[in-house]
Design a protein around this ligand. Structure first.
Ligand code: SF4
Length: 382
C-alpha cells in the first residue's frame, strides 16, 4: 500500500540541475533491462507535476550477496512502499540493522535493488546503471547527507572546495562555484569569508554538519536524504540543524527524508513517520498520530521508551502486559511476522508476515492485530 504525504508544497522547479554524485559506495548493477532504462531516461525526464510525489518507492526489495554461498542472498529490505512530496519531511525510524540506511542507499543507487521500483520526480531511478546512473547522480537532484561528516568530508579540501565539489563534478565553472558555495554556506548560517579557507578538522562538530548540509543543497536538490544528521551533535547544535532542515523544506520546497533511531529528534520536524523493523516498513502515518496512537506493537514499544512523547510514561505504548511465556517456536521461523518473537499479541495468525493495510487518517500498518484503541492492554517487555 502506498500512503501519500498530503498538503505538499511545490518545489523550486526553476532551479537549474547541477551537481554531484553521492560519495558513498560503488555503483551497484540493477536488474532492469538496459533498453527499458534508456527509454525511461530519454522519455521521462520532465519534473514531477506540482503536488506530485518527488519520491515514490514501490515494493522495494534489497538483498546483498551471501558471502561464500554461490547465488546466495541476504534480504535486508522487502516490500517497502512510501511516497514523499516536495516541501515535506519524512522521518524514517528503526533500530540498527532495520534497513533505514539501505533504503536511502537504494534511492541513490548504491544498494542492490532486487525487487520493486524507485522513482524520483517521475523518473525511474532503480535499475539505472552505467552512463545513465552517472548522469542521474551528476544532476544533483538527489543528495545524500552522511552520518559522520568528519569521515565523509575530504580532510584536505577547504570548506569552499568541499561545498563546491558537487558543482565541479557537474562542470560548473570556478567563479560560479564560489558564489554558489558562499550562498549555500550563508543559508546554513556559516560565513564563507570567515570559514571558507578552513579544513574540516578546524571546524566544530556542528559546523561540520552544517558544511555537509551546505554541500548537499548547493546543487538545489529535489530530494535530500539525511542519514542520522543530528545523532552526533549536542542539544543546541541538534536543534539548529533540525531547524535548518525545516527551513530548507519550507523555503526551497525540498523533499527530505530524515533517518534516525531517535523519535525525539523526528517528533518536532517530520510531517510523517515511517517505522522500519527488520527490513519491513511496519507502520506509516502523520507524526502526531503515529506517536500518540501507534497501531503496530513495535511502534508502541518505541513510543513507550521515548520520554519526550509522554512525560508520564503511561502513553498508549506503555499500557502493557508482560508476555506470559517466551515466544512460540514458530515466531522465528521463516515467513513469520518479523516482530513475532517480541510481540505480546502474537498468535497463530502471525505465522505469516502481514502485508501493509490502510487505516484512517492516511495511516498504514503491517500487523494482523493492530492496536485499536489507547486502552488496549499491553506492556513493553524489552
Ligand atoms: S502480526 Fe502478530 S506478531 Fe506481528 S506485530 Fe502484529 S500481532 Fe504482533
Amino acid at each position: 500500500m502506498t500512503v501519500s504525504a498530503a498538503g505538499a508544497r511545490t518545489p523550486d522547479r526553476t532551479a537549474p540541475a547541477a551537481a554531484s554524485a553521492p560519495r558513498a559506495g560503488a555503483d551497484q548493477p540493477g536488474h532492469a533491462d538496459p533498453a527499458e532504462v534508456a527509454a525511461t531516461v530519454a522519455a521521462d525526464t520532465a519534473p514531477a507535476p506540482d503536488g506530485a510525489a518527488v519520491l515514490r518507492v514501490e515494493g522495494l526489495g534489497v538483498s546483498y550477496p551471501r558471502r561464500g554461498v554461490r547465488g546466495g542472498e541476504v534480504p535486508v529490505l522487502a516490500g517497502a512502499d512510501l511516497e514523499l512530496a516536495g516541501g515535506r519531511i519524512l522521518g524514517l525510524i528503526g533500530e540498527t540493522g532495520s534497513g533505514k540506511t539501505t533504503l536511502a542507499r537504494a534511492v541513490v543507487g548504491t544498494a542492490p535493488v532486487t525487487a520493486g521500483r524507485i522513482t524520483v520526480e517521475g523518473v525511474r531511478v532503480s535499475g539505472l546503471r552505467g552512463r545513465a546512473l552517472r548522469e542521474h547522480r551528476r544532476s544533483g537532484r538527489v543528495q545524500y547527507m552522511f552520518q559522520d561528516p568528519l569521515r565523509s568530508l575530504d580532510p584536505d579540501l577547504t570548506v569552499t572546495e568541499l561545498v563546491g565539489e558537487p558543482l565541479a563534478v557537474a562542470g560548473v565553472d570556478k567563479r560560479e562555484r564560489r558564489a554558489r558555495s558562499a550562498e549555500a554556506l550563508h543559508r546554513v548560517g556559516l560565513d564563507a569569508d570567515a570559514l571558507g579557507d578552513r579544513i574540516a578538522a578546524q571546524l566544530s562538530g556542528g559546523q561540520r554538519q552544517r558544511v555537509s548540509l551546505a554541500r548537499a543543497i548547493v546543487t538545489r536538490p529535489a530530494l535530500l536524504l539525511a542519514d542520522e544528521p543530528v545523532s552526533a551533535l549536542d542539544a543546541s547544535n541538534r536543534n539548529h540543524v533540525l531547524r535548518l532542515l525545516d527551513e530548507l523544506r519550507r523555503d526551497l520546497g525540498v523533499a527530505i527524508v530524515v533517518i534516525s533511531h531517535d523519535l525525539g529528534s523526528l517528533a518536532g520536524v517530520a510531517d510523517r513517520i515511517a517505522v522500519l523493523y527488520r527490513g519491513r516498513l511496519v507502520e506509516q502515518g502523520p507524526t502526531a498520530e503515529v506517536l500518540t496512537r501507534p497501531l503496530h506493537p513495535y511502534t508502541a514499544l518505541l513510543t513507550a521508551s521515548a520520554p519526550r512523547i509522554d512525560r508520564t510514561g503511561r502513553g498508549p505504548g506503555a499500557r502493557t502486559r508482560p508476555a506470559a511465556a517466551g515466544p512460540p517456536a514458530w515466531a522465528v521461523a521463516p515467513g513469520a511476522c518479523v516482530f513475532a518473537h517480541r510481540c505480546p499479541f502474537a498468535d497463530a495468525d502471525c505465522r505469516t508476515q502481514p502485508g501493509s493495510s490502510s487505516h484512517t487518517g492516511q495511516r498504514s500498518a503491517a500487523c494482523h492485530h493492530p492496536i485499536r484503541t489507547p486502552s488496549d492492554d499491553w506492556e513493553a517487555t524489552s
